[in-house]
Design a protein around this ligand. Structure first.
Ligand code: TPP
Ligand code: SF4
Ligand code: MG
Length: 348
């Protein structure tokens, strides 16, 4: 009897890569951790965006969330920094090599506790990068202490009641004049993926505050960072689709009058399909209002909260050349004799 072997086809994207080319090492995080679901959506988004893994650089600080870059895109560059110091690592690297696409993975402890200063400053400098905060309300890696995003009154066995009001990462980003702010929930993978795709096409810092339950220490039914809460209380502002620059938006897919398009710097479009309210993500007052309303009513408001594609990036502010600084020859970087003479003469 002859054995028949069914050939398996591996779907390749436009740059000839299969999904496997975007994967990382097997996760050592707890099974069911929200961070694993987000890593899976980063793989899917980068595959769909046709990114070349070697054109991407990953950054992180310290925490379970900051271990995440190991679990996607093994072929990309990667820097793991000190706790709360991921932004300065990203700024130095991306400033030197503007040809790379940066993605930072951080936690609520890493960004909203020890790293709050760095977070606020990278956002106001508008460094082009995707900045994901995997927000679980606890310090997962050090066994579940309250982080600065934990809600007031929540109880943990060994720590008792949390007496402090929480930090709202999306609100902090807006207060720091962020040019792209979104919130999502690891239990809503499609929305996570579309937001990551849009974030990669944004020309400044794209902050994604993703509620990512810690199943080991923070998944209590009464926690605002649990799967149960997210599933019951998620209030999406719109249905989001990302359309890359080369694809046409067809009227059949998105009925006229029911969607809002946001065109990004690279010509790609974010299509926001109206749900109950016709939410306008270009209105900062509205963004602050909807976040505050969500906090007061215990809603998990998700979607693209605010975007302004026209804010100059840090690269624009420093008038960086198109060619990356670290890819230039010494002769291109160094001023010629005449220029040096002029500079010296100006000090005379
Ligand atoms: C300077 C410094 N202080 C404290 C620690 C201990 N520490 C390691 S991870 C962590 C918190 C991580 O929490 P978060 O960023 O929310 O990540 P998660 O593990 O929840 O994903 C802390 C306090 C450290 N590594 N370095
Ligand atoms: S301890 Fe919590 S945050 Fe860390 S891997 Fe486990 S579930 Fe995830
Ligand atoms: Mg955390």
């Amino acid at each position: 009897m002859t054995e028949t072997i069914t050939p398996t086809t591996t779907q390749l994207n436009l740059v000839g890569m299969s999904k496997a080319d975007y994967r990382g090492a097997s996760s050592t995080l707890c099974q069911g951790c929200g961070h694993n679901g987000i890593a899976a959506q980063i793989v899917a988004a980068c595959y769909e965006l046709n990114l070349i893994p070697e054109d991407v650089v990953k950054f992180s600080g310290i925490g379970c969330s900051s271990k995440s870059p190991t679990y996607f895109m093994s072929r990309s560059f990667s820097f793991n920094g000190l706790h709360g110091r991921m932004p300065s690592l990203a700024e130095g690297s991306l400033f030197a090599d503007t040809s790379l696409k940066g993605i930072g993975l951080s936690g609520d402890g890493d960004s909203a506790s020890i790293g709050m200063g760095q977070f606020k400053h990278i956002v106001r400098r508008n460094l082009p990068m995707v900045y994901i905060v995997e927000n679980n309300g606890v310090y997962g890696l050090t066994k579940g202490q309250f982080s600065a995003t934990a809600e007031k009154g929540l109880s943990i066995k060994k720590q008792g009641k949390n007496p402090y009001l929480p930090v709202d990462i999306a609100m902090e980003a807006l207060a720091a004049n962020a040019s792209f702010v979104a919130r999502s929930f690891a239990g809503d993978p499609r929305q996570v993926k579309e937001l990551i795709k849009a974030a990669f096409s944004h020309s400044g810092t794209a902050v994604l505050d993703i509620i990512s339950p810690c199943v080991t220490f923070g998944n209590h039914e009464d926690s605002l960072h649990s799967y149960a809460f997210g599933k019951e209380h998620e209030v999406p502002l719109h249905e989001i689709n990302f359309v890359p620059a080369r694809e046409e938006i067809t009227v059949e897919d998105f009925e006229e009058g029911t969607e809002r398009d946001v065109t990004l710097h690279d010509g790609s479009t974010i299509v926001l399909k109206k749900l109950e309210t016709d939410y306008d993500p270009s209105n900062k007052f509205e963004a602050l209002r909807v976040l505050e309303e969500g906090n007061q009513k215990n809603w998990l408001v998700t979607g693209l909260i605010y975007v302004d594609p026209d804010v100059p990036s840090m690269f624009d502010m420093y008038n960086l050349p198109d060619k990356a600084l670290n890819r230039m020859k010494e002769s291109e970087l160094r001023p010629d004799q005449n220029s040096l003479k002029k500079i010296n003469a100006s000090f005379a």
